[in-house]
Design a protein around this ligand. Structure first.
Ligand code: ATP
Ligand code: MG
Length: 250
């Protein structure tokens, strides 16, 4: 097994005014290549903060993050941006698609940003490939307002995966979706992980979503409070996770 992501003693103190907020109070974790890990925990427990530090979107107050063998928490902003672009993909609650661009163009955006032409050769094939993965074949020329919410979020997933990142981070990606479209989105994340070996870190409130994971880290008050190992299961049944959460009093 290869460790793709490692955090050691992460703390994060936000200083919005006179009084600081300790969002993380010492988090350490190891995530292996190909794992599907969920982060759960009450609102304000530090899940989004942790995800941002793990993905190099923000710097810890103390502690270290190693991403794909590189100390992302210690790099300059430029170096961290480069590493983030090559090794991470992010999906957020709000889809952040560009309204004027169609599905193919939105997915090809990371290539454009890197100064590459997404309409040719290998990159074009990669775009077709992720469109198939998230089950959007036939919708290539649709603009975001011509897609359902679930389809829009799957475009966001495809865009995050098209650069073949070492890790896909998703923060409440089903937060704006109804039950059924939420499951379709989770199935797409699952396919990327189970069929392609994509490492996925998913923040969610929802035990139905967390039940797709191999392992659930439960956060509370800026710390990892518990770990629930579910193992790889194709059924994603929620029973075992809910039983463990209940045992933990959550
Ligand atoms: N930019 C910021 N400035 C100041 N405080 C912040 C900032 N971002 C987060 N916090 C605080 O840090 C703590 C952790 O926030 P975080 O967003 O990580 O929680 P969360 O577990 O993702 O919550 P939710 O489930 O509501 O999304 C909270 O007390 C929050 O108010
Ligand atoms: Mg959050």
């Amino acid at each position: 097994m290869t460790t793709i992501l490692q955090a050691r003693n992460l703390t994060k103190r936000y200083q919005p005014g006179m009084t600081g907020v300790d969002a993380l109070r010492g988090v350490s974790l190891d995530i292996q290549e190909g794992e599907f890990v969920a982060l759960m925990g009450p609102s304000g427990s530090g899940k989004s903060t942790l995800l941002q530090l793990l993905g190099g979107l923000d710097q810890p107050s103390s502690g270290d993050v190693m991403l794909a063998g590189q100390p992302i928490s210690r790099l300059s902003e430029d170096q961290a941006t480069r590493l983030r672009r090559s090794e991470t993909g992010f999906v957020f609650q709000f889809f952040n698609l560009i309204p004027l661009l169609d599905v193919c163009e939105n997915i090809g955006l990371p290539f454009r940003i890197a100064g590459q032409n997404p309409n040719k050769g290998e990159l074009k094939t990669r775009i077709a490939d992720v469109i198939e993965l998230v089950d959007l074949k036939g919708k290539e020329r649709h603009k975001p307002d011509q897609l359902s919410a679930g389809e829009q979020q799957r475009v966001a997933v495809a865009r995050a995966l098209v650069t073949r990142p070492a890790i896909l981070f998703a923060d409440e990606p089903t937060g704006n979706l109804d039950y059924h479209t939420g499951l379709e989105l989770l199935d797409a994340l699952w396919a990327s992980c189970h069929d392609r070996g994509q490492t996925v870190v998913l923040v969610t409130h929802d035990s139905k979503a967390a039940a797709y994971a191999d392992r659930v880290l439960v956060m509370n008050d800026g710390r990892i409070h518990d770990q629930i190992v579910l193992g790889r299961r194709a059924t994603h049944e929620t029973g075992p996770l809910i039983a463990r959460l209940a045992q933990l009093g959550l």
